[in-house]
Structures are given as structure tokens and as C-alpha cells.
Design a protein around this ligand. Structure first.
Ligand SMILES: Nc1ncnc2c1ncn2[C@@H]1O[C@H](COP(=O)(O)OP(=O)(O)OP(=O)(O)O)[C@@H](O)[C@H]1O
Length: 203
């Protein structure tokens, strides 16, 4: 089991405004933790800090009490809009192989059809594309998934399918999940614990 921890994380996009102040957070890889809170409170910003998309914060993000220094980040962020983080000129198999090459059983587990691998992002639906971005994030080296509103734009059936594939996989492989959502019913269904993130972002 691994532990993801932050110590005194503070951050502002500019000098005069602090979006994140002194966050001490901890979870382990057996857990699914929900993050709920007002719009604009800084949840997405915190997610980007945890997964190293934002690097100029103060404080520390630690796994098992060490700073993450591997080339592949074991804390992987999945975004709400997969099309924004995929190269539109690359086929799906190229996009996926940038991270790893999952076998056919795993493609199946995530409801991905092999014929989609030759397509480009614009040739897939939002739900199909999100399945790929999840698959890309669950590289064998991944220890924690940060899921920032990953099914918000999808219909109810697709939401259930995607969460069930993801949580089956993370449970089997001892990967922790931090799930940001405004959907309290979803959080109550899938999370072991739900944290409230307020405007002063004390959680
Ligand atoms: N790149 C940026 N530059 C400047 N300010 C930003 C930037 N990104 C976000 N912000 C501001 O930081 C604050 C926190 O935004 P953030 O997206 O982290 O909130 P959130 O809690 O995830 O909101 P929501 O629930 O609406 O997604 C907001 O006031 C937002 O306008």
C-alpha cells in the first residue's frame, strides 16, 4: 500500500491572490476519496498540483514520505475534457502507446473496441475518448488517479460503465482514487470518504 500526502501546500496564480493555502492532505492507495466543494474553490488547482501540472507551489507532495522524482508520475490526472489533452493529429494507438500498451483484455475491460485504435480523437465520442484517457492514465506505474469531473459530460449509463471499469481496475491493482465532483450521489456511491473543499480551501 502507498500513501499520497501533501504538506502545507499553498499556491496562487498571481502574487496577490492565494487560491490554495496550507493544505495538508493524505490518502492511501486502497481508498477512493471524494472532493466536493464550491465552484472556484480551487479543487482543479489542487488536482493539478498533486499531479505536477502546476509545479511552482510551496510545500510538498509526497509518496511514502518521499518527493516524486521518477520520469513517469505515479500520480496521474484525468481531465473533464479528454479532447483538450490529446494531440488531434495522432491516432488513438499512438496516443495510448505514449504511456503504455495495454493488452486486449484490458481494452475489453474498459469497453474499448480495437477498431477505435486507428481513429483520431475527433472520430470518437466524448465517452469513447474518456475511456482512452483513463486507460492512458492507468499505466502499471500509476499509484494514484486524480479524477477531476471525468464523467460530468456523459450520460448516466456511460457514467456507470466508466466508473465501474475504473474502480474494478484500481481495486484490483491497489491504486488510490481522488474523485472531484459536484455530483454528491456519485460521490456517496463510490467513495470511502468525502472531503469538503471550501473557498479558503481547508479540507
Ligand atoms: N490559469 C489560471 N490563471 C488564473 N486564475 C486561474 C487559473 N485557473 C484557475 N484560476 C482561478 O482559480 C480559482 C480556482 O479555480 P479552480 O478551477 O481550481 O476551482 P474549482 O474548485 O475546480 O472550480 P469548479 O468546481 O468550478 O471546477 C478560480 O477563481 C479560477 O478563476
Amino acid at each position: 500500500m502507498d500513501i499520497l500526502k501533501t504538506e502545507n501546500i499553498s499556491y496562487g496564480y498571481n502574487k496577490n491572490s492565494k487560491i490554495i493555502s496550507n493544505i495538508n492532505f493524505s490518502m492511501d492507495s486502497s481508498q477512493v476519496i471524494g472532493l466536493f466543494g464550491d465552484s472556484g474553490a480551487g479543487k482543479s488547482t489542487f488536482c493539478k498540483i498533486l499531479s505536477n501540472f502546476i509545479t511552482d507551489y510551496s510545500g510538498s507532495v509526497l509518496i511514502n514520505d518521499s518527493i516524486i522524482d521518477s520520469k513517469f508520475n505515479p500520480v496521474q490526472l484525468i481531465f473533464q475534457h479528454p479532447e483538450k489533452v490529446m494531440n488531434p493529429h495522432w491516432s488513438m494507438d499512438k496516443i495510448l502507446s505514449e504511456s503504455w500498451n495495454p493488452d486486449d483484455d484490458i481494452l475489453d475491460e474498459f469497453g474499448i473496441k480495437k477498431e477505435w485504435l486507428k481513429r483520431y480523437p475527433s472520430e470518437l465520442s466524448g465517452g469513447e475518448l474518456q475511456r482512452f484517457s483513463i486507460l492512458r492514465a492507468i499505466n502499471p506505474k500509476t499509484r494514484f488517479i486524480i479524477a477531476d469531473e471525468i464523467t460530468t459530460m456523459l450520460d448516466a449509463v456511460t457514467q456507470v460503465q466508466i466508473w465501474s471499469s475504473l474502480l474494478n481496475y484500481t481495486k484490483k491493482n491497489d491504486i488510490g482514487v481522488l474523485c472531484v465532483s459536484h455530483d454528491m450521489a456519485l460521490l456517496e456511491r463510490i467513495c470511502d470518504d468525502i472531503l469538503y473543499f471550501d473557498k479558503l480551501n481547508q479540507i
